[in-house]
Design a protein. Structure first.
Lengths: 327, 324, 318
């Protein structure tokens, strides 16, 4: 068990080092950082001073190491476009993205599991079949079209909900601006959260359904019924727990996807989060912001993968023995 | 109560399929008394498991009981539906499946699986349920039951797991246990232990056991009486000694001759020619007639006979032929 | 000997290909599936109208001479208040005929999608064959990269590659090169599936005796891979290619919608939707609605066709 965790952590660190290399290479080789940071009016002294200051006169491995050192301390350089430290910009924007991702994640997981179980148990029912057909269309719809559709319905036609922005936000502490505490903030959250969560929701629902149907065919479910256990116990105690083993992996990976897909939703709704920042960075080739976003999202993805793998071992007691036994 | 624990009368099970209605169980009748082990034997597809599933109310739709009656402890249970049937399962009828590897939920401790069964059926406290769970494990011969209660199924060997399954089947003290191929997936050495365990429980508790198997050796070891099934119908029913030593149905005879245990005296194993017909195209007359070495004109025309003078559902049971 | 036999078989296959196709299970299952027929028809109509856009389109929306700003914001099927001209799907703010811009936009969407899939497929097949056939550290490196890439959603990978490639392109060429950069980005984000499938088939086939025989008579590894091993992987590759095409079209539309894809000078369907979104609140719904419907029809029908193809070619998965 411990050996397994250590090995997985090792792999994760290796992946992060490689991503770091990509990020660093972007930073180092796309355009000239000096050109980007100094305007047209500059002296040779300025250039030399900045070159030394940035460590660009050092050999490549040393520069890479320094870059990593900076990244670990949260120092990602200065945005070419805004002229402010990247870390500061990202910190300012992070709460918006995290709150949006949290709400749509909960929406996707809770509704996805509930509908998945429902459609599996009532496999022949009309309701289940309608939901399944709807989900097929949902999977083929591009996210941004769903967003536009929702805006058209609820903002343009009905006028119930705002179509862009976060509404009013309140500061919690020094760095966290939240939309959870005001009415307009909560209203503004609804459409983006549904847009972002809908695709993940259908995915989770379809997965839970097929896994559940598979589990319900197993002998131990028959045996549980043969022991006269109540339907509720059979479905939720025996079947759902076994269904969760593969589902947890996918849900974990979907959480990562939610943050990534937030880019699209944030653009549709002009949501002032990190994703919108990233898109603007690509449009204006703002390399430090792109590199920082890449690093951050990699840390998140790799971290989630690691947690999912470890969680797996805790859910399934068989793996605890097998994996420990292998070492 | 003195009557039989389980009484099946003219039971038929039907499955509507695209190729017409199939009858995997067709007019089967037998009783099982208190403390008795009835062996139900036959090839796969003979309907022996289907009959067991019908008794416990776990037929997979669209399979359903189409005719006949099932009586348990003097009460008719075949019309019971849903909740009423569920209360019966585990409480009055316990079931043991073939593969102990797959019949235990891998993610739940065996103690939890035992207590949930006990708490579902008996009005006892959680502490009492746990005490009974340990007692049940102890009874089926699991060493250190009090400690093993927190183990997961994968921490047991195959034979031990089957003991756990049996403990689960009888922890709510049912009067009937249906054991569907309980030894098939086990090593030969472990098979004997499980059979001995079933016999002991049967004797000590007076539980009736329906032992479904295709293995004549297991029948010879364990059963008091035996019911031989062929193509959904009962071929022969009688005390195990007599059926095994002096079979009256030609099918039973063939089956005995092809079983290594019983044919030790013979030089080589016998084979019954052909194979069991598919249920979608049963022959007219006696279902066994295309394969029967002693087939006569009547066998081809008249529907299968009921068990008549002897023990066998045969127009010309071997007992008459021997007498001729 | 082995070669002789292979060629005889090939000749037998060539004989009456059309006849064999009409009698095949594949064609039979196509005839039996209304979904497949309808989506195939929709795909054909859309592809043909994209290819022949210059002939079908009433106007060339990128020819400034044919535009009349007075025609701006004409609703569909209504005559314009100033010029009296009428347009099937209306016009946008600059007086461009929406129907024509859709036809031209679809050209770009389809071209980018198809080229990206072709690129991903070629790359995936080569890397899959190489890693499966040679094994060793080549395989380790290729498959590790694939694993790491699979950890990230492909749209994110595509955005990143787009961003990096854009960074390398000199500013004055950026709009011109955008389409090619887009193809590169989407293609690179999508090769992994192809590589995995081809590698799997290669691992299975290379153990078989006919491969050993071909090796014994001295055929080069590349000839063995292309002539003997690859044909075994073709049907799953075809399925993945179709589904990838739908994903690539959506990916292109998404990137263009986000403003990091096709430039306004060469608008794809995604770019048109991006432009149309701006007019949603002012009531000119048609500028958004028709491109969106076209994209939906295109993506959905290719997707359904891919689903059907997967079932038809691989009955076990059903």
């Amino acid at each position: 068990m411990l050996a397994f965790i250590i090995r997985r952590v090792g792999q994760s660190i290796l992946v992060l080092l490689i991503v770091g290399l990509v990020a660093f290479s972007m930073f180092r080789f796309i355009g000239d950082p000096i050109d980007n940071m100094l305007g047209q009016e500059r002296t040779m002294e300025d250039v030399e001073r900045l070159r030394a200051q940035l460590g660009l006169d050092q050999p490549f491995p040393v520069q890479y190491f320094r870059f990593l050192e900076g990244a670990v301390q949260g120092n990602f350089g200065v945005s070419y476009r805004q002229g402010r430290p990247v870390a500061e910009i990202i910190l300012e924007r992070a709460p918006a993205t995290l709150e949006l991702a949290l709400v749509s994640g909960i929406f996707a997981v809770v509704l996805g599991i509930a509908l998945g179980v429902f459609t599996a148990i009532r496999r022949q029912g009309i309701g289940a079949n309608v939901i399944m057909a709807a989900s097929l269309i949902g999977v083929s719809l591009p996210t941004f079209l769903i967003g536009i559709l929702l805006i058209y319905l609820f903002s343009v036609e009905l006028g119930w909900l705002p179509s862009f922005g976060r509404g009013q936000t309140v500061m919690i502490g020094e760095n966290w601006s939240t939309g959870f505490l005001t009415e307009s903030g909560l209203k503004a959250l609804i459409l983006p959260a549904i847009t972002l969560g809908l695709y993940q929701m259908t995915l989770i629902m379809r997965l839970v359904r097929s896994e559940m149907l598979e589990v319900l065919r197993q002998d131990y479910i028959r045996f549980a019924r043969a022991r006269g256990l109540k339907d509720r116990a059979v479905y939720f105690r025996h079947a759902l727990k076994n269904t969760m083993v593969p589902v947890v992996t996918v849900i974990g990976l979907q959480i990562g996807s939610i943050i990534a897909f937030a880019i699209i939703t944030e653009t549709v709704f002009q949501w002032p989060g990190v994703g919108l920042l990233f898109i603007n960075a690509i449009q204006f080739v703002d390399i430090p912001v792109m590199a920082a976003y890449l690093m951050l999202i990699s840390v998140m993805f790799v971290g989630i993968n690691l947690i999912v793998d470890i969680l797996y071992v805790f859910i399934d007691p068989r793996l605890r023995v097998d994996r420990a036994g292998a070492h | 109560m003195t009557g039989p624990v389980l009484s099946i009368r003219d039971l038929s099970v039907e499955i509507p399929t695209r190729a017409g209605v199939v009858k995997p169980v067709d007019g089967v009748s037998y009783d099982i008394g208190r403390g008795e082990i009835l062996g139900v034997v036959g090839e796969s597809g003979a309907g022996k498991s289907m009959a067991g599933n019908a008794v416990i109310g776990l037929l997979n739709p669209p399979a359903h009981i189409s005719a006949g009656e099932i009586w348990l402890e003097g009460a008719r249970i075949d019309p019971l539906q849903g909740e009423a049937m569920r209360r019966l399962r585990g409480k009055e009828i316990g079931m043991v499946f073939q593969d102990p590897l797959t019949s235990l939920n891998p993610l739940l401790k065996i103690g939890d699986q035992l207590t949930e069964t006990i708490l579902t059926h008996l009005p006892v406290s959680r502490e009492e349920a746990e005490r009974r769970a340990i007692a049940a494990l102890d009874e089926v011969g699991i060493p250190g039951a009090a400690q093993r209660i927190d183990s997961y199924p994968h921490e047991f060997s195959g034979g031990m797991r089957q003991r756990v399954v049996i403990a689960l089947a009888l922890c709510a003290e049912p009067s009937l246990i249906i054991a569907d191929e309980p030894t098939t997936a086990l090593d030969v050495s472990v098979q004997a232990q499980i059979i001995a365990l079933l016999r002991r429980l049967c004797r000590d508790r007076g539980t009736a056991v329906m032992l479904i198997t295709h293995d004549m050796g297991v029948i010879a070891e364990a059963a008091d009486r035996v019911a031989v099934m062929y193509a959904g119908r009962l071929a022969e029913l009688g005390p195990v000694r007599e059926v095994l030593t002096r079979p009256q149905h030609p099918y039973t005879d063939g089956l005995m001759a092809s079983t290594p245990l019983a044919s030790q005296a013979r030089n080589r194993l016998h084979q019954i020619p052909g194979s069991m017909p598919r249920l979608t195209d049963l022959p007219d007359g006696c279902a066994f007639h295309p394969r029967c070495p002693l087939v006569q004109a009547q066998c081809r025309q008249n529907p299968h006979p009921n068990i008549g003078k002897g023990r066998a559902a045969c127009w010309f049971p071997l007992i008459e032929r021997a007498a001729e | 000997m082995a070669e002789l036999r292979v060629e005889t078989v090939e000749r037998a296959v060539e004989k009456g290909n059309w006849q064999r196709f009409r009698e095949s299970d594949f064609f039979y299952s196509f005839k039996r599936s209304p979904v497949a027929i309808v989506s195939f028809a929709v795909v054909c109509i859309l592809v043909l109208s994209a290819v022949f856009a210059p002939l079908i389109a009433p106007t060339n929306p990128f020819d400034p001479a044919s535009l009349n700003l007075m025609n701006g914001f004409t609703p569909p099927m209504e005559p314009n208040a100033f010029t009296g001209e009428s347009f099937f799907m209306g016009t946008d703010d600059q007086g461009r005929d929406v129907f024509s811009t859709i036809l031209y936009g679809m050209r770009i969407s389809l071209f980018v999608g198809a080229a990206a899939v072709l690129f991903a497929m070629t790359l995936g097949i080569v890397l899959g064959l190489v890693s499966g056939y040679f094994g060793g550290w080549t395989e380790t490196i290729i498959m590790r990269i694939a694993d790491v890439q699979l950890t990230f959603p492909s749209i994110l990978v595509a955005m990143l590659i787009f961003g990096i490639a854009k960074g390398f392109t000199p500013v004055e060429y950026r709009d011109q090169m955008a389409i090619w950069v887009l193809i590169l980005a989407i293609g690179l984000s999508d090769w992994v599936q192809f590589a995995r499938v081809v590698r799997g088939a290669t691992l299975v086939e290379k153990r078989k005796e006919y491969v050993a025989a071909a090796r014994l008579i001295g055929r080069s590894p590349w000839a063995i891979m292309v002539k003997h091993i690859l044909p075994n992987a073709l049907s799953p590759v075809l399925v993945i290619a179709t589904i990838s095409l739908a994903l690539a079209i959506i990916a292109e539309a998404t990137l263009s919608f986000l403003g990091v894809g096709a430039p306004p000078t060469q608008p794809s369907l995604g770019t048109l939707i991006r432009i149309g979104q701006g007019f949603l609140f002012s009531g000119e719904w048609w500028i958004l609605f028709f491109p969106a419907c076209t994209l939906l029809a295109l993506a959905l029908s290719v997707n359904l066709l891919g689903d059907w193809l997967r079932d038809a070619l691989n009955p076990r998965l059903r």
